[in-house]
Design a protein around this ligand. Structure first.
Ligand SMILES: Cc1cc2nc3c(=O)[nH]c(=O)nc-3n(C[C@H](O)[C@H](O)[C@H](O)COP(=O)(O)OP(=O)(O)OC[C@H]3O[C@@H](n4cnc5c(N)ncnc54)[C@H](O)[C@@H]3O)c2cc1C
Length: 519
């Protein structure tokens, strides 16, 4: 992935007619672009910021059917998601893992309820099941989760779901698009839709955020995959269009692994206010969340509310013998769910279905909103199929069910590097050539200098934040450590990408302002 080369296409061939233009580089847009590219359509994806800068880097990191959606009776959604879970674990084994969960149970009624419920969940997964669920008694539950409060505990229900690295999955999708002949560009914002004399969409007007240069890009089918921003694009199509999105904020906190001391995750199916709370081991830390707070503002950089952080800390403290406090939190991150607006009851976000919606406007704008990371592949397939049904693009078969992101390439000395995919051995080569690059960028972060150099050469990071938040997950693992590592990382980036000292200084300063949102 090289942005200069990719953007050159727009400069060299301004009249090029694309088959498909995708707006939005989150899970949804990248999934749609990969589906389109692999069917053989000439495809371009435009992202106004960095890939997965929006909701797609701020998830709970689960590849799951959704135990909660089953409890809400949305069985079809769960069956579909469980199927997609199986495909994602098969096709991206380097970024996903089988995670064991334990539901602590405190009444015999709950033992019965959750045992039966999770057996049903297993059944729905069919042959793509990740392991059977079963009941364990109190002492075995405490063996698995030594820091779980024992008072009144009857035992636990063990079940399995998938876990993944969301923003690295997004980069894997972007990279796969490029490898298959597609064009994906970050920092290119769509400002306007182009239409012909009959009012049909013929392309987009986009602006390069880095250079300010504007482009008119022509395409047969324009797809709006902008998540919480979908209504902005709807208004570009029709200024009178009604709001369709009601954002709902979900917050997570990250703690040191000493708060869980287990490789099993905890799932609390019903908190005080009827939510689900997870505490999940992730890259040597524990991710705890989430909340569900309806909001009126839509932003790329949402901020956790004090009451959301307090709720997570309070609830975790009710189940753990070592209750976490504010000062123990390594990172706080917030994401916005693009839920469908309910004009009759705008506050009801917990009950709104997480199912995605695909719509086609009169002028030919195809929009895909909602859904889950887990289902990105199926959502993409349905979106392109809808484009075919509309007659805008010709029929071609979807092939992503068996599209593999990883073939067990060169054996690696460090298993951790697998997250970089098939070319990860190049990072080890870099260290062999220059042993200094084997040093960590910070003693409390797992990343070496070689990874920074390799990412600069291969994964199109535009800013220091792209590197620390989404190519590596330094910001999410330990925000303060990432801030301390910022000068070293900025210097490595500048040296590799040929950028100036003043670039480094302004990036460090921007990054340190940004992390106030995460600490
Ligand atoms: C708290 C929380 C936890 C979640 N946990 C899970 C989970 O564990 N598992 C799971 O499967 N799902 C989970 N989800 C759901 C999942 O994260 C989302 O469904 C998914 O990330 C949405 O992706 P998206 O591409 O639609 O939106 P986004 O990721 O927000 O992407 C939209 C992109 O469009 C870009 N854009 C907007 N306007 C323009 C423009 N004019 N020009 C160019 N680009 C533009 C934005 O910059 C943005 O990057 C969770 C969601 C939340 C909020």
């Amino acid at each position: 992935m090289n942005r200069n080369i990719l953007i050159q296409t727009l400069q060299d061939e301004p009249q090029k007619q694309w088959d498909i233009i995708v707006i939005g580089g989150g899970a949804t847009g990248l999934g749609v672009a990969l589906d389109a590219v692999t069917r053989g359509y000439k495809t371009i994806l435009l992202e106004q910021s960095d890939f997965a800068k929006g909701t797609s880097s701020r998830s709970t990191k689960l590849v799951h059917g959704g135990v909660r959606y089953m409890a809400q009776g949305d069985i079809l959604l769960v069956i579909e998601a469980l199927h997609e879970r199986g495909l994602m674990l098969k096709n991206a084994p380097h970024l996903t893992a089988n995670q064991e969960f334990v539901i602590p149970v405190y009444t015999w009624w709950d033992v019965f309820l959750y045992t039966v419920g999770l057996k049903f969940y297993d059944l729905l997964a069919g042959r793509l099941s990740m392991g059977k669920s079963y009941f364990i008694n109190r002492s075995r539950a405490l063996d698995r989760l030594p820091l779980l409060k024992a008072n009144g505990l009857k035992g636990g229900i063990v079940y399995h779901d998938g876990q993944f690295d969301d923003s690295r999955m997004a980069v894997a999708l972007a990279s796969a698009c490029v490898k298959n002949g597609g064009t994906v560009l970050n920092y290119l914002r769509v400002d306007m839709l182009l239409k012909d004399e009959n009012g049909k969409i013929t392309g987009v007007k986009a602006r390069d955020i880095e250079s300010g240069r504007k482009y008119s890009i022509k395409g047969r089918l324009v797809i709006n995959a902008t998540g919480i921003f979908a209504d902005e694009i709807h208004r570009m199509d029709n200024p009178l269009s009604k709001p369709t999105i009601r954002p709902s904020q979900g917050v997570h906190i990250v703690l040191d692994k000493s708060f869980l001391q287990s490789s099993s995750a905890i799932m609390i199916p019903k908190t005080d206010d009827g939510r689900v709370l997870f505490a999940i081991p992730w890259y040597g830390k524990v991710v705890v969340g989430t909340t569900d707070t309806p909001l009126d503002t839509i932003t790329l950089e949402p901020k956790a509310l004090d009451q959301e952080i307090d709720f997570i800390l309070r609830t975790a403290g009710r189940y753990l013998t070592k209750p976490p406090k504010r000062e123990d939190v390594k990172c706080i991150f917030a994401g916005l769910r693009p839920l469908a607006a309910n004009p009759d009851n705008p506050e009801a976000t917990k009950e709104v279905s997480r199912r995605h919606k695909i719509t086609l406007s009169r002028s030919g704008l195809l929009s895909i909103i909602g859904g889950k990371w887990t289902s990105y592949r199926r959502m993409a397939e349905e979106t392109i199929d809808k484009g075919i049904k509309s007659g805008i693009i010709e029929k071609r078969k979807c092939i992503t069910k068996n599209f593999s992101f990883y073939s067990n390439g060169m054996p690696l000395e460090s298993e951790r590097l697998k997250i970089y995919g098939n070319q990860a051995s190049e990072i080890e080569e870099l260290i062999k050539e220059k042993p200094d690059l084997g040093e960590l960028v910070h003693q409390n972060l797992p990343y070496t200098k070689a990874e920074i150099v390799w990412i600069c050469r291969n994964e199109m990071p535009g800013t220091l934040e792209d590197m620390l938040a989404r190519r590596t997950r330094a910001l999410f693992l330990d925000a303060r450590a990432s801030s301390e590592a910022a000068p070293v990382v900025a210097e490595l980036m500048a040296n590799t990408l040929g950028l100036s000292k003043s670039w480094q200084e302004s990036e460090i300063s921007n990054y340190r302002k940004l992390i106030l949102n995460y600490t």
